[in-house]
Design a protein around this ligand. Structure first.
Ligand SMILES: Nc1ncnc2c1ncn2[C@@H]1O[C@H](COP(=O)(O)OP(=O)(O)OP(=O)(O)O)[C@@H](O)[C@H]1O
Length: 240
């Protein structure tokens, strides 16, 4: 197994408050790794540490063998991370295909652009929407388009922040199918997610955060059958 992303003892302090505490995390090539945890567990903070929006107060982050702990977001992207933040931020006035074109223009040779746009439109389930302004798509379709724009960078590691936020159960399921298709094509995925049905659908490995610390990690089966994990979601105190 090749470790793509490795966090060692990563902490983040806000004033006197430790939002993320000494987190060790390894994302292996080819896996769909989901980061879950109750509200306030530190998921978003950890995500921002991985993508470079925050600097850690302590610890190191390695990506593809490079120490990226102090690297800016854009240099992490150059090394092969691609990020889909929570809210869709597509170019609403531009056609769907043009959105993909803009995203991929520096990553795909000009002669291959049209074919690659076609391939992505198909993959995203948007083949019949290519000419529509992106702002006319449903919320779910806009989320898929934005995942497509992240994928257009041909990343090694796709980072998804709550990709199902605001989606219907049907759209959530289809998002899961999309993520599985991407993984089948060789992409590694790290997703912060709330929706457990989605996590069960896609995750090959799960890390549970609680109070800023890694509380549990394992396969989906191990995590959903762990009574300690159920307790933190229900807010019941657990035995140490
Ligand atoms: N910029 C900040 N300044 C101060 N405290 C912060 C900041 N960002 C997050 N926190 C605190 O850190 C803790 C973890 O927050 P974070 O948003 O990372 O959790 P989360 O697991 O993503 O929660 P949710 O599921 O509700 O989005 C919370 O107690 C939050 O109030």
């Amino acid at each position: 197994m090749t470790t793509l992303l490795e966090l060692q003892g990563v902490s983040r302090r806000f004033g006197g408050f430790l939002a993320v505490r000494e987190v060790d995390l390894a994302v292996e090539a080819g896996e769909i790794h989901c980061l879950i945890g109750p509200n306030g567990a530190g998921k978003s903070t950890l995500f921002k540490l991985v993508v470079g929006r925050y600097e850690p107060s302590a610890g190191r982050i390695h990506f593809r063998g490079h120490d990226v702990t102090r690297d800016a977001p854009h240099s992490r992207v150059q090394r092969g991370m691609s990020i889909k933040m929570q809210a869709p931020s597509v170019f609403r006035a531009l056609p769907v295909r043009q959105n993909l074109h803009i995203a991929m223009q520096h990553h795909v040779p000009p002669a291959e652009l049209a074919r690659e746009e076609e391939r992505l439109l198909e993959l995203l389930g948007l083949a019949s929407e290519g000419a529509r302004p992106a702002g006319e798509l449903s919320h779910g379709q806009q989320q898929w388009l934005e995942i497509g724009m992240a994928v257009a960078l041909k990343p090694t590691l796709l980072l998804l922040d709550e990709p199902t936020a605001g989606l219907s159960p049907e759209e959530t399921f289809r998002t899961g199918e999309l993520v599985q298709r991407l993984a089948a094509g060789g992409m590694t995925v790290l997703a912060v997610e709330h929706d457990m049905s989605f996590v069960k659908q896609i995750a090959t490995r799960v890390t549970v955060l609680h109070l800023g610390q890694v509380f549990a990690r394992g396969s989906v089966e191990e995590i959903v059958s762990d009574p300690r994990v159920a307790e933190i979601y229900l807010g019941v105190p657990h035995a140490a």
